[in-house]
Design a protein around this ligand. Structure first.
Ligand SMILES: C=CC1=C(C)c2cc3[nH]c(cc4nc(cc5[nH]c(cc1n2)c(C)c5CCC(=O)O)C(CCC(=O)O)=C4C)c(C)c3C=C
Ligand SMILES: [Fe+2]
Length: 399
């Protein structure tokens, strides 16, 4: 393999095979040790029981892309998933795709090149399959993978919703995340095309409680009461699909994405007291009402009855919990002098019926935050379990 830092030539060449979108793919070279990022973070391993990018530490940047199949035949799709997996293995390790960005002079390079010299930046690539993926390929659709219900207040744009597949790229460097999605898109030419995509910055949820909790665009710490990524028991209970689902999906999870627009101009004219009452937490420390420190346990009785945290807390919902990962976005302005800004909200759960759906039902009904937000995009996909060495994304679904 070729690292992005150092191109090797000569010895160690292993001939590979495969043609994707006209690009010769598969010249594999001797691997260099994977480079650490500038911040000293080691690359996040691609292989494992669960896909990376779900319970692994949350990186700073997101490039999320939803795809539709343009050639929905099993042979084409399996070939693509193999190609994508091989590319993902390399990119998450800080390597260039295929033969690299500087290959034969008379052919388009296998790798687009904009990540040359950049470290792996904790890149994770996570794939999900939508209900339409199963339907269009004639695969048996898991019972839990059905359209999300309409929630009061939803104003969903179909052009920013759904998709046969999704790929979530998270990295500490936006160029690394964008490079990864771009190269998968390139490999997908002729089999899958981008339906919509979303860039995100400033993670708003942490899966590592020892880190400082990041703030969302409303200025509040967001992610305090998230499921810790290292809590295997809670993850098994609430996030990973178990024996209740199809065997091929055990160890996977259901991913809900919501593009949530924030009316930040209105929010910015709202008093601090009202802002804090809406969440039931203080803005500075992030402490729940009636408590002093951010991580002090929530005492529901001391929060306003309809506050966001009280409504979403497991204690109000019979123990329902989700794993959250969110990113802020600002996508220009809306032509009316307002920023198109908000939160790209990602939730992972064992079953949407016992995760996102009951929480969102409660929030859509009475959450005072609804005056300041609107859900404008949505999608539900099932993420297969992690990939073993030599395997490929979603392999179990096709065997
Ligand atoms: C359906 C699930 C949720 C949506 C949609 C959602 C939107 C949303 N949330 C914030 C800001 C905060 N949320 C906080 C807590 C919190 N939110 C949800 C669920 C949804 N939020 C849950 C399950 C929780 C945890 C509740 C608990 O167990 O106590 C917080 C407080 C800090 C924290 O614990 O993370 C903030 C702040 C925004 C701005 C938003 C939509 C734009
Ligand atoms: Fe929330």
């Amino acid at each position: 393999m070729v690292t992005r830092r150092k191109l090797l030539t000569g010895a160690g060449l292993v001939a590979g095979a495969g043609v994707a979108g006209g690009a010769v793919y598969g010249v594999v070279r001797q691997a260099d040790p994977a480079p650490a990022s500038a911040a000293g973070h080691a690359p996040i391993p691609f292989h494992g029981a669960h896909q990376a990018g779900i319970a692994t530490p949350v990186q700073d940047r997101l490039h999320f892309a939803a795809f539709d199949l343009t050639n929905p035949t099993r042979g084409r799709v399996v070939a693509l998933l193999r190609l994508w997996t091989a590319a993902a293995e390399r990119m998450t390790a800080g390597m260039q795709v295929g033969g690299g960005a500087l290959g034969a002079p008379l052919a388009p390079p296998d790798d687009t090149g904009e990540a040359l010299g950049l470290p792996a930046s904790r890149l994770t690539l996570t794939i999900g399959f939508g209900a339409s993926f199963f339907d269009r390929l004639g695969l048996e659709r898991p019972a839990a993978l059905k359209a999300l219900p309409h929630f009061p207040g939803d104003k969903l744009d179909p052009a920013r919703s759904d998709g046969d597949l999704c790929v979530q790229a998270c990295a500490d460097d936006p160029q690394v995340a964008v490079h990864a999605v771009r190269n998968l898109v390139r490999l997908g030419f002729g089999t899958a095309g981008v339906r919509w995509s979303q860039l995100g910055f400033g993670k708003t949820s942490s899966t590592t409680p020892e880190e400082q909790t990041p703030r969302n665009l409303m200025g509040f710490k967001d992610g305090t009461n998230n499921i810790p990524g290292a809590d295997a028991k809670l993850l098994d209970q609430h996030v990973w699909i178990g024996s209740e689902g199809p065997k091929a999906l055990a160890g996977g999870t259901y991913l809900v994405a919501r593009r949530i627009r924030m009316h930040i101009e209105t929010w910015d004219r709202t008093s601090l007291k009202e802002q804090e009452d809406i969440f039931g937490r203080t803005k500075g420390e992030g402490a729940a009402y009636g408590r002093t420190r951010e991580h002090d346990p929530v005492d529901l009785a001391r929060l306003p009855a309809d506050s966001h945290v009280r409504l979403a807390n497991p204690g109000s919902l019979g123990g329902v919990r989700i794993l959250r990962r969110g990113y802020s976005f600002t996508d220009g302005s809306d032509g009316l002098g307002r920023l198109d800004a908000g939160l790209f909200f990602l939730a992972y759960q064992r079953d949407p019926e016992t995760g996102f759906i009951p929480i969102q039902r409660a929030l859509a009904k009475t959450d005072p935050l609804n005056e300041y937000i609107q859900h404008v995009g949505s999608g539900l996909w099932v993420c297969p379990p992690g990939v073993a060495q030599g395997g490929f994304w979603g392999q179990g679904l096709f065997s």
